[in-house]
Design a protein around this ligand. Structure first.
Ligand SMILES: [Zn+2]
Ligand SMILES: [Zn+2]
Length: 249
């Protein structure tokens, strides 16, 4: 499978990139993780005539993870779009993808389904495990088993046992890294290079890609390289993502 990092910033867009959005192209399905402003670039990687079903997994409703949804009207998505997220997804999407914020769901040029986790998990055609993370609002981390590989996604969170459980033995861990080295905050938890690497090491993953670099704290790509260097001291197989980066698993 091929994983394309369409948006790798946290919080807001800067010269380093768009906010968080990741595309996972598997043999039969296209999975999208979060819908930050990088979401608008999906059609660069998904052919217009695709036969694959499209699943969007939202970790939480902070705007840097959903504001790309106002670009939905530009897409065709011949197989429609299935949106999955934590409890509250139907209400949040029904508000956001609606008047006066954007074109209403029902008017989009393709079908959209809304699903909430954990209630609807059994409806998915591939195994997905979701666990709540440690953040300022309800946030889900995800673990996908597909084409014989495990992809783990630890979005906005502080270090927690659930993050390690989601990462366990993954072929690839995609972990956020909003904070700088040594930084943490109890009221609005995020990972820093050390805590992300700790999750990767304790989870015994094969490799880790860092994303969601806070726009204020990481103004340049060089700042990301420094985070990668710090993380590598704890977990060697770490790469700091850039917008447009592709990884084959
Ligand atoms: Zn965020
Ligand atoms: Zn957040």
């Amino acid at each position: 499978m091929r994983i394309t990092f369409l948006g790798t910033n946290g919080w807001y867009d800067t010269d380093t990139g768009n906010t968080v959005c990741i595309l996972i192209r598997t043999e039969r399905f296209d999975l999208v993780l979060d819908a930050g402003t990088g979401f608008a670039k999906l059609d660069r990687s998904i052919p217009a005539e695709t036969e694959r079903e499209l699943y969007l997994f939202l970790s939480h409703f902070h705007l840097d993870h959903i504001m790309g949804l106002h670009t939905l009207a530009k897409f065709k998505f011949p197989r429609g779009l299935s949106i999955w997220g934590p409890e509250g997804t139907r209400t949040a999407m029904g508000t956001l993808i609606n008047t006066p914020f954007s074109m209403p769901l029902a008017d989009l040029p393709f079908d959209v389904e809304l699903h909430e986790i954990p209630a609807d998990l059994k409806l998915l055609p591939f195994p997905v495990e979701a666990r709540s993370m440690q953040h300022a609002s309800l946030t889900l981390g995800y673990r996908f088993t597909i084409d014989g590989k495990v992809i783990a996604y630890c979005p906005d969170t502080g270090y927690c046992e659930n993050a390690v459980a989601i990462a366990r033995d993954a072929d690839l861990l995609i972990a956020e890294c909003a904070f700088k080295s040594g930084e943490h905050a109890d009221n609005w938890p995020h990972l820093n290079p050390e805590t992300a690497a700790r999750i990767a090491r304790e989870g015994d993953v094969k490799r880790m890609v860092l994303i969601h670099f806070d726009a204020e704290r990481y103004p340049t790509l060089q700042d990301r390289k420094e985070a990668e260097t710090v993380a590598k001291k704890t977990f060697e197989y770490t790469v700091a993502a850039l917008d447009g980066m592709e990884v084959d698993v």
